[in-house]
Ligand binder design. Structure first.
Ligand code: ASP
Ligand code: MG
Length: 262
C-alpha cells in the first residue's frame, strides 16, 4: 500500500509543541470499519505510524448503517415490532466478527442483551426519552470498537480499548433545551496535559469511540449524528496532536463528493 506523504507540521505553521507531538489522531467512519479487508488496511496504517515513532489514538464510529438501524429500532419499538431490525444488527456484528476471526457472540452478547432490555422497556411504555435514546445509540459505537480493538490485538498491535466517555466531558448549556444537551452536546477541547500524560503512560495505541461523551453528572451524551469527526477533532485538540487524519472509504484523495461528481 502506498500512502500520501504528510507535510512537516511546523512548516504549515503549527506551534512547536504541536509539530513535535508524537500524537496522531486517526478517525475511521462506518464504511471504513465494516469489512475485514478495510481492517487490514487500518492495521497497516497503524504499523506505519508506529514505525514513524508516533502514538496513534484511533477513533471510530458504529458499523455502516448501524446508527440508522438503531434509530429505526427506536421508532418501531414505539409503534411496531423492532425484532427484525434488531436481528439484522446482531447479524451484521457477528458477520464482521467472523470475518475478522473473532468470536462475536462471546464478545458482544452482554451488549446485545443490554440493547434487548432497553428496547423491551421502550416497547412497554411506547415512548422514548432522550436519555434512553442516547443509551441505545451509544451501543453501536461501543460494539464496533470492541471488535476493532480485538482485531488489532490479534494482529500483534499493542492496543488499549478506552471508553470515550472517560475522556470527553460535555458542557452543560442550561440555556438550551435538555434533549439537545443529551443528543447533540458539545465538549471542552482545550489542551489537556493531564490527559496527554495519562494516555502517553499507556504506551499503546488508544482505540476509542466517536459520537459519545459523558456529562458532568456522569450520564452518557451524544455529539449529534455524524459526530465522530467532532470527537476526533476534540481528541486532537486536547492532545495537541501533530495531526488529525480523517479516513474515509474512497480510493485516493478526492476533490469533490463522488456521489455528485462522477
Ligand atoms: N455513528 C454515528 C452516526 O452515524 C456517528 C458518526 O458516524 O459519525 O451518526
Ligand atoms: Mg461521517
Amino acid at each position: 500500500m502506498k500512502e500520501a506523504q504528510f507535510e512537516n507540521t511546523a512548516s504549515l505553521g503549527a506551534p512547536q509543541e504541536v509539530a513535535d507531538s508524537r500524537w496522531v489522531v486517526m478517525k475511521f467512519g462506518g464504511s471504513s470499519v465494516s469489512s475485514a479487508e478495510n481492517w487490514q488496511t487500518i492495521a497497516n496504517l497503524l504499523k506505519h505510524r508506529l514505525e514513524e515513532g508516533l502514538q496513534p489514538l484511533v477513533v471510530h464510529s458504529a458499523l455502516q448503517g448501524v446508527s440508522d438501524a438503531l434509530e429505526a429500532v427506536l421508532t418501531s419499538a414505539v409503534n411496531g415490532d423492532p425484532s427484525g431490525v434488531l436481528e439484522d444488527i446482531r447479524a451484521q456484528h457477528y458477520d464482521l466478527a467472523a470475518a475478522l476471526g473473532l468470536d462475536g457472540p462471546s464478545m458482544l452478547d452482554d451488549t446485545l442483551h443490554e440493547l434487548d432490555q432497553l428496547v423491551a422497556g421502550v416497547r412497554l411504555v411506547r415512548e422514548v426519552s432522550a436519555r434512553v435514546r442516547v443509551r441505545i445509540m451509544a451501543l453501536g459505537e461501543l460494539m464496533a470498537t470492541r471488535l476493532g480493538a480485538a482485531y488489532l490485538e490479534s494482529q500483534s498491535l499493542p492496543v488499549l480499548w478506552t471508553d470515550a466517555r472517560d475522556l470527553l466531558t460535555s458542557r452543560s448549556r442550561s440555556n438550551r433545551p435538555t434533549a439537545s444537551n443529551y443528543l447533540s452536546a458539545t465538549c471542552d477541547f482545550g489542551a489537556d496535559e493531564k490527559l496527554q500524560k495519562r494516555l502517553q503512560a499507556v504506551g499503546k495505541i488508544v482505540l476509542t469511540q466517536g459520537f459519545i461523551a459523558r456529562n458532568k453528572n456522569g450520564e452518557t451524551v451524544l455529539l449529534g449524528r455524524g459526530g465522530s469527526d467532532t470527537s476526533a477533532s476534540y481528541f486532537a485538540a486536547k492532545l495537541q496532536a501533530r495531526r488529525l487524519e480523517i479516513w474515509t472509504d474512497v480510493p485516493g484523495m478526492f476533490t469533490a463528493d463522488p456521489r455528485f461528481v462522477p
